[in-house]
Design a protein around this ligand. Structure first.
Ligand SMILES: C[S@@+](CC[C@H](N)C(=O)[O-])C[C@H]1O[C@@H](n2cnc3c(N)ncnc32)[C@H](O)[C@@H]1O
Length: 258
């Protein structure tokens, strides 16, 4: 079962789309080429990607039926959406652009994953990835801390989400080892201004907490959410508006060109 809820995810649409546009700015057009958007979500940004890079064909891939149901309305003119998992990405014909915004944090083992992404690229193909790097913020640490406590621990069978995202310099090394001729890796802090600290709960609920939500009965998740809200409130200053600094890693690399 997937707990992705398009409406909850879209509550911070503007804040969430800025990193997408920053990542897109790093990409060169691929006129007549093929692109894939891994973890495309509701597809409106995939449409922007498809048009901006002038692709002949773009595939938006996602493993959430609820997100893909929304994406369907953006299909057409060479843009298609497909149900599938990033974990088995192994295309039979290579892409000029492999793109992924805010999705690869759901896939384990990034060294192996990036090896597979690189193998799916054409001779001078581009790889463009944005992943959150906020796992050391109380919003993330408290979510995991709570999951490791009763009664959640028993219900989750001891599961606590492992954070697979590497440090920026590890991605630089990885891209180098994979033979990319050009690369750009940066850590960027997005300063999101929320109405109050409670906004952080709504933010995280649309993404990170979905992982725990799908593993618990709804009543227990409601209790988890209430505990999370209380504990987070104790850890964050009570200011209005509330500044939620959110770190993200932007990664772009190109094969074959010096
Ligand atoms: C935070 S949303 C980002 C959506 C979109 N890229 C955007 O920028 O708005 C993460 C998306 O990744 C998808 N996802 C997570 N794990 C996946 C996997 N293993 N395979 C395919 N999609 C996955 C989720 O269903 C969700 O739609």
């Amino acid at each position: 079962m997937s707990a992705w809820d398009p409406d909850q995810y879209h509550r911070f649409r503007n804040e969430r789309s800025q990193p997408f546009f920053d990542l897109l700015d790093l990409c060169s057009p691929i006129p007549g080429g093929r692109a894939i958007d891994l973890g495309c979500g509701t597809g409106e940004l995939t449409r922007v990607l498809h048009e901006r890079v002038q692709a002949r064909a773009t595939i938006g891939l996602d493993n959430s039926e609820t997100m893909l149901a929304r994406a369907a309305e953006h299909a057409g003119g060479g843009l298609t959406f497909k149900y599938g998992t990033i974990l088995r990405f192994a295309p039979s014909s290579p892409f000029e652009l492999v793109f992924s915004n805010a999705a690869l944090q759901w896939a384990p083992d990034h060294p192996k994953l990036f090896e597979r992404l690189a193998a799916g690229l054409a001779a001078d193909g581009q790889l463009a990835v944005q992943v959150p790097a906020n796992d050391d913020h109380p919003s993330h640490m408290i979510a995991h801390e709570l999951a490791a406590e009763e009664p959640y621990r028993t219900e989750l069978g001891g599961y606590v989400r492992h954070w697979p995202v590497l440090r920026p310099e590890a991605y630089a090394q990885l891209l180098h080892d994979l033979g990319f001729a050009r690369q750009h890796v940066r850590l960027q802090v997005y300063a999101h201004l929320l109405p109050s600290r409670d906004g952080v709960v709504e933010w995280v609920r649309g993404t990170l907490l979905t992982d725990y939500q799908q593993r618990m009965p709804p009543e227990l998740f409601e209790r988890y959410l209430a505990d999370y809200r209380t504990r987070l409130a104790a850890a964050l200053p009570d200011t209005t508006p509330f500044l939620y600094p959110f770190k993200r890693i932007l990664i772009w690399a190109q094969k074959g060109k010096d």
